[in-house]
Design a protein around this ligand. Structure first.
Ligand SMILES: O=c1ccn([C@@H]2O[C@H](COP(=O)(O)O)[C@@H](O)[C@H]2O)c(=O)[nH]1
Length: 272
């Protein structure tokens, strides 16, 4: 999917919501555990109930890898279900990969070619030759960790080296890499006050913004400081939506919570 197609979907649905599919078998409704593939059944019900309210789904691969082969199969079924039934949805494999070049190429093939996600999250720590293999995939997107939502972001990302914060160096340097037009960036909703500075460096790039909901980030603040003429934001909420209920009404309850965020987004878009 191209970025223009993503913007079209945002305008059509009046939503820039990315729903996180972080499936924990200890948290899903008990009746699903009796089915052959509880993770997929959970995802399918959530997707069918919420697809009209969001433009993206973001499975965090940790929640699938933790269940071994069964988890990986459920991830494959989930992305195939999305690509077959809702091809207009922008899909994100939140895998946070990155390694020496030939290994990165294999990671990129796994998520962008074999599983056919639209995008994958990548850590910038190993630099240019670890990220460019992901950027080489046409009409696919590499979402680089810039300033993350967790407390540990202050350990390295905000530290100053040679007079500039590390996260700013990540943003500036990554713009010089081959196929950098395929880059998007992760910026945590809990760091909204940094967005003014971030937008000075990457005025038009799409940002994936996790941290609204369970982590306490503010949608209003993120939009105030980070929104562009093309919206430029994908706001992620995972636990706050998918675990709205652990009863038989779980999908309906998830849709209710997603609807609250979509309505807020619509109001913000209408006010621009
Ligand atoms: O800086 C980051 C980068 C990634 N994440 C991931 O996003 C979701 C957030 O889930 P919530 O339940 O809405 O808190 C999860 O998959 C994280 O691993 C992040 O939170 N912060």
């Amino acid at each position: 999917m191209t970025q223009n197609q993503l913007v079209e979907q945002i305008r059509l649905k009046k939503s820039f919501l990315a729903i996180g599919l972080d499936v924990d078998l200890n948290k899903i409704p008990k009746h699903l555990l009796e089915t052959e593939d509880p993770i997929f059944e959970f995802n399918k019900a959530i997707i069918d109930a919420t697809h009209h309210l969001c433009v993206s789904y973001k499975p965090n691969t940790a929640f699938y890898e933790a269940y071994g082969l069964k988890g990986w199969k459920a991830l494959e079924k989930t992305i195939n279900y999305l690509n077959e039934n809702y091809p207009e949805i922008f899909t994100i494999a939140d895998a946070k990969r990155g390694d020496i070049g030939n290994t990165s190429t294999m990671y990129a093939k796994a998520f962008l070619e074999d599983l056919a996600f639209d995008s994958v999250t990548v850590a910038p720590y190993m630099g240019k030759d670890s990220v460019e293999p992901f950027l080489a995939f046409k009409n696919k997107h590499t979402i680089l960790l810039a300033l993350t939502s967790n407390q540990g972001a202050f350990d390295f990302q905000t530290k100053t080296i040679d007079g500039k914060e590390v996260y700013k160096q990540v943003l500036e340097t990554s713009k010089t890499w081959d196929n950098s037009e395929n880059l998007m960036y992760v910026v945590g909703a809990t760091k909204a006050e940094y967005l003014t500075d971030i937008r000075k460096i990457i005025p038009n790039s799409f940002l994936l913004v996790p941290g609204v909901g369970a982590q306490g980030g503010s949608l209003q603040d993120v939009c105030k400081y980070g929104m562009t003429d093309n919206v430029g934001l994908l706001i992620n909420s995972s636990r706050g939506i998918i675990y709205a209920s652990n009863g038989t009404d779980f999908a309906e309850a998830a849709a209710k919570n997603a609807n609250v965020l979509q309505q807020e987004m619509e109001a913000i878009l209408n006010s621009k």
